[in-house]
Write a protein that binds this ligand. Structure first.
Ligand SMILES: CC(C)(COP(=O)(O)OP(=O)(O)OC[C@H]1O[C@@H](n2cnc3c(N)ncnc32)[C@H](O)[C@@H]1OP(=O)(O)O)[C@@H](O)C(=O)NCCC(=O)NCCS
Length: 268
């Protein structure tokens, strides 16, 4: 079948996310692409950010229905994204060994690391245990919670200083004398209505060794349940080499759900 049979159309969506669909004759949607800014989770606070967390990178998701594959639709969606974006780099997370890997390599992406997707389902959470963890406040620190809109969350500090907004991002932070010491962020609704994606926890260098990461993570999970009661599972993506963070995930009952390989496309 000719690749010219599909129309690529832009789909209005939530602010900050660009989406396209490949529509085939008869009106069926054969595939879709989405581009969203990668949350620059570390770059404003921690030194030596990884390439993925430097500003100027977008996360690409691309999907073609199995019965429409190998007809050039994925390539056309990617060409549309490339023509649209002004960012210098795109990142895509692809299931290891899946067709997406051959597709990425065919289109000039390079392998940029491996990540583990972990899932915490609320039926595995012991809420009383979590509450005790939150109540065990380390001396000299206090918790704050903020909500905001994902595209507005260009810097964690901006979100921390803009209380009272509504939005899909929840920030829980530990402060010491008004300064940020540790934080974790969850974003709801981007993947499915009942699933949130958690970023972090991250602890600033001067505050490490006090279990602040575990503390803010416990408080974030608790807060998320209060603010977004329809959410009943949380996913996280963790670098396979980050044994410390993987141990924190397991501490909370996150279970490995998938392994993905990250691919990077540098744009001219
Ligand atoms: C990856 C995906 C989007 C490709 O969509 P598609 O419409 O089949 O892609 P195209 O037809 O444009 O393929 C372009 C080229 O990629 C390579 N390719 C794609 N699928 C492949 C496969 N299963 N095996 C080997 N090579 C493959 C081929 O070189 C192909 O060219 P060819 O058909 O002339 O040999 C689709 O398989 C998919 O939705 N997979 C699940 C989600 C995913 O992995 N997304 C990747 C995010 S980047």
């Amino acid at each position: 079948m000719s690749e010219m049979l599909s129309d690529i159309v832009a789909v209005p969506d939530c602010p900050g996310v660009s989406r396209w669909q490949a529509v085939v004759p008869g009106g069926s949607v054969a595939g879709s692409a989405a581009l969203r800014p990668i949350i620059p989770f570390w770059h404003d606070l921690l030194p030596a950010p990884t390439p993925v967390t430097r500003p100027g990178a977008s996360e690409l998701t691309l999907y073609v229905e199995p019965e429409w594959r190998r007809r050039g639709i994925g390539s056309r969606l990617l060409a549309t994204v490339r023509a649209y974006t002004a960012e210098p780099r795109l990142f895509a997370d692809v299931a290891a060994g899946a067709p997406g890997e051959a597709f990425c390599l065919r289109h000039g992406f390079r392998h940029a690391g491996s990540t583990r997707l972990d899932l915490l389902t609320y039926c595995d959470v012991h809420w009383a245990w979590l509450g005790e963890m939150v109540d065990a406040e380390p001396s000299g620190y206090r918790l704050i919670h903020r909500t905001g809109i994902l595209p507005a969350m260009l810097r964690v500090e901006e979100l921390r200083h803009s209380p009272g907004r509504t939005g899909d991002a929840v920030l829980t932070a530990a402060e010491a004398d008004g300064d940020l010491a540790a934080y974790a962020v969850a974003v709801v609704g981007a993947l499915s209505p009942n699933r949130a994606r958690q970023y972090g926890p991250a602890v600033l260098p001067n505050h490490r060794g006090r279990r602040l990461g575990v503390w803010v993570n416990a408080a974030l999970i608790q807060r998320l349940r209060e603010v977004h009661p329809h959410v009943d599972e949380i996913e996280t993506l963790t670098d396979e080499g980050d044994t410390h963070l993987l141990a924190v995930r397991e501490h909370f009952g996150f279970r490995p759900s998938d392994r993905t390989r990250r691919y990077e496309l540098a744009l001219p």
